[in-house]
Design a protein around this ligand. Structure first.
Ligand code: C5P
Length: 202
């Protein structure tokens, strides 16, 4: 039996951490769908045509997620994510993952609205732009990547605007999503809240 959890929200709101913890708690598989757009963005940076890159994408291309989690690749991902043909090419992979037996957690921007509108549980994880920028800034420094808070904040705002204003699958909560604002929550509190919400749908 499949059970799909859709977790959407803006960059650095805590989706990734919450999704991984939720997947572990329920024994579900987890797909960070941002990696799909990042993999296409990374290929665009090496000169590939984004639609062709999206059509040729396989699970193997997500093999080294750390190489895809850089600010340059994030910006490239959000640029290719506005192209409807890129989004269309990635739909089947995501839906097949969502329907796998044993349950799946997918996190992204349009999982509850476009990819899995029938997901059994939907969360929209958000936080203020300042809180998200400061988390991302800390994370980059911890990973040894040079970072400046104001630049990160500008980058978060730029990606928010692009994700929210694009014509195809803009970032917005599904009508039936539970909103989880993590601005004033610790990771443990946010994870516990998410697990309680999802358990209520099982
Ligand atoms: O979540 P992450 O920061 O890795 O996503 C990178 C970019 O990919 C986002 O800024 C967004 O433009 C795009 N994305 C998307 N739809 C998703 C996941 C990510 O448009 N489901």
């Amino acid at each position: 039996m499949s059970f799909t959890v859709a977790i959407d929200g803006p960059a650095a709101a805590g989706k990734g951490t919450i999704s991984r913890a939720v997947a572990e708690h329920f024994g579900f598989a987890h797909l960070d769908t941002g990696l799909l757009y990042r993999a296409v963005g990374a290929r665009m940076l090496t000169g590939k045509e984004p639609v062709e890159a999206a059509q040729a994408l396989t699970a193997d291309d997500l093999g080294d997620p750390d190489a895809l989690r850089t600010p340059d690749v994030a910006q490239a991902a959000s640029r290719v994510a506005v192209i409807p043909e890129v989004r269309a090419a990635l739909v089947d992979f995501q839906r097949a993952f969502a329907r796998r037996a044993g349950g799946a957690v997918l996190d992204g921007r349009d999982i509850g609205t476009v990819i899995c509108p029938d997901a059994e549980a939907k969360l929209f994880v958000t936080a203020s732009a300042e809180v998200r920028a400061s988390r991302r800034h800390k994370e980059l420094l911890e990973r040894g990547i040079a970072s400046d808070y104001d630049t990160v904040l500008a980058d978060v705002r730029e990606r928010d605007a692009r994700d929210a204003n694009r014509a195809t699958a803009p970032l917005l909560p599904a009508a039936d999503a539970v909103i989880l604002d993590t601005s004033d929550l610790s990771i443990e509190e946010a994870v516990a809240k998410a697990i309680r919400e999802i358990a209520a749908h099982r």
